[in-house]
Design a protein around this ligand. Structure first.
Ligand code: PRP
Length: 174
């Protein structure tokens, strides 16, 4: 069956929102020890743009995660496939996620990082799908709230395809 890519959030809308988030984060972390934690793979595009929209000096870390179960959604059992390169004790951690869906991945990562004694931990997510929420998680900085559609692009995939699309899109069957 043929597929059609339909834009849900355009490049321009994303750029404006990311710039605004960057300004907000720059202000709030001006005197802190900011560490952006990019949760692979989906967050690589958002993290790259967000980092450049933040003026505060920072470190950037990459966390590899794999979640199991339920086919297209996570079970909340998150396996770390690539850990942070350094300790985060005393630092101000900002977890950068492309999407918070059930919330189980973020809940697990918050629990994990808290054991490492950072000074603070916050969450920045580009997208939130409240319809699928299974656990309440704090999203301190949010790009967009979206409806219950399967979205791709700007780092998000469908079977590893479409991560390179510049907009957030939905795949429709024709
Ligand atoms: C996505 C996304 C989050 C998680 C959110 O990752 O990047 O990490 O799912 O889902 P949740 O709120 O239901 O836990 P995915 O497992 O698709 O891996 P990927 O980032 O490598 O594409």
């Amino acid at each position: 069956m043929a597929q059609r890519i339909v834009t849900m959030i355009s490049e321009d809308e994303i750029r404006k929102r990311v710039t605004a988030l960057g300004a907000e984060i720059s202000k709030e972390y001006a005197s802190k020890n900011l560490v952006l934690v990019c949760v692979l793979k989906g967050s690589f595009v958002f993290t790259a743009d967000l980092a450049r929209a933040i003026e505060t000096p920072m470190r950037i870390e990459f966390l590899g995660v794999r979640s199991y179960g339920e086919g297209t959604s996570t079970s909340g059992v998150v396996q770390i496939t690539q850990d942070l390169s350094r300790p985060i004790e005393g630092e101000d951690i900002l977890i950068v996620e492309d999407i918070v869906d059930t919330g189980l991945t973020i809940a697990h990562l918050l629990d994990l990082f808290r054991t490492r004694r950072p000074n603070s931990i916050k969450v920045c997510a580009l997208l939130h799908k409240p319809a699928r929420s299974r656990i309440q998680v704090p999203i301190d900085y949010l790009g967009f709230t979206i409806e219950e559609r399967f979205v791709v692009g700007y780092g998000l995939d469908w079977g590893e395809k479409y991560r390179n699309l510049p907009s957030i899109s939905v795949v429709e069957s024709e």
